[in-house]
Write a protein that binds this ligand. Structure first.
Ligand code: CAA
Length: 259
């Protein structure tokens, strides 16, 4: 366990708090901590949705450059799987997730945000993939998830140049979904996902899986993934509850149990 990453649960929402001042630089300890927090958030029945939050000042300014500086090629061959694993763990949480971005979300920090379902940014936030300015490329999923999110041309602009992007531009290119005053970032992000507490959690899980897996395959395979997940939901209690509620009482919300 590490003090650098905490999972705090309240009202059905789990907040994964990165806490390594001043910049939440992502060293190996925080990367392992993120994986553990993601696993716990995935497994706990009292967590319906997740906010990733770096505090009021900064989201995360990237992988720890001071830790990487002395690493050799073979060191990085060994370490690079971990770099991808912590964002993979986040992307794999089978529940709605949102990044609440204040200050900087750069390099690995931006990649953490990219691994969430949505991103809420402060109006003075700064995002970017500046790795090229260090002579490297994004290594925690950025080349892949950024291109999938904003398209290859805009991803290449950001990754080739390493330039920083303000919140308004990030909103315009689809890198973030909402821009609000800095003081409202956490609450806005929380509200965005808190609505899923008490929801049909297996349907939400299936919807996330169908969209995320479907985007990686051809249309016919994606439709088949959808068909199987759709049919599978007929084994859940919430499916029966939802339909019975509609037939007897009209449009929801139905009293789902997450079962
Ligand atoms: N790793 C290690 N330390 C970092 C860091 C990082 N990514 N980012 C900032 N810091 C440290 C600084 O070295 C400084 O430490 P000291 O006080 O010991 O000198 C402290 O945090 C404060 O930073 P600055 O003095 O630089 O603060 P600033 O306000 O002038 O600038 C900043 C802030 C624009 C974020 C600047 O620090 C910066 O550009 N940071 C690096 C951003 C970056 O290149 N990120 C990508 C990292 S590589 C990566 O992430 C690979 C991958 O894909 C996984």
């Amino acid at each position: 366990m590490t003090e650098l990453v905490r999972l705090e649960v309240e009202g059905g929402v789990g907040t994964i708090r990165l806490d390594r001042p001043p910049m939440n630089a992502l060293n190996a300890e925080i990367q392992h901590g993120l994986i553990a927090a993601c696993r716990e958030a995935s497994e706990r029945a009292d967590v319906a949705a997740v906010v990733v939050w770096g505090g009021e000042k900064v989201f995360a300014a990237g992988a720890d450059i001071k830790q990487m500086e002395a690493m050799s090629y073979t060191d990085m061959v060994d370490h690079s799987a971990l770099l991808q694993d912590f964002t993979r763990a986040l992307a794999g949480i089978p529940k709605p997730t949102v990044a609440a971005i204040t200050g900087y979300a750069l390099g690995g920090g931006c990649e953490v945000a990219l691994a969430c379902d949505w991103r809420v940014a402060a109006d003075d936030a700064t995002l970017g993939q500046p790795e090229v300015t260090l002579g490297i490329i994004p290594g925690a999923g950025g080349t892949q998830r950024l291109a999938r999110l904003v398209g290859p041309a805009k991803a290449k602009d950001l990754v080739f140049s390493g330039r920083f992007v303000g919140a308004e531009e990030a909103l315009a290119i689809g890198l973030v979904d909402r821009v609000v005053p800095a003081a409202e970032v956490y609450d806005t992000a929380r509200e965005l996902v808190a609505r899923y507490a008490g929801g049909p959690s297996y349907a939400l899980r299936a919807a996330k899986e169908a969209i995320d897996r479907g985007l990686e395959v051809d249309l016919e395979s994606g439709l088949e993934i959808e068909r199987m997940l759709f049919s599978g939901l007929f084994a859940t209690k919430d499916r029966a509850t939802g339909m019975k509620h509609f037939v007897e009482k009209g449009k929801g919300p139905a009293p789902f149990e997450g079962a």
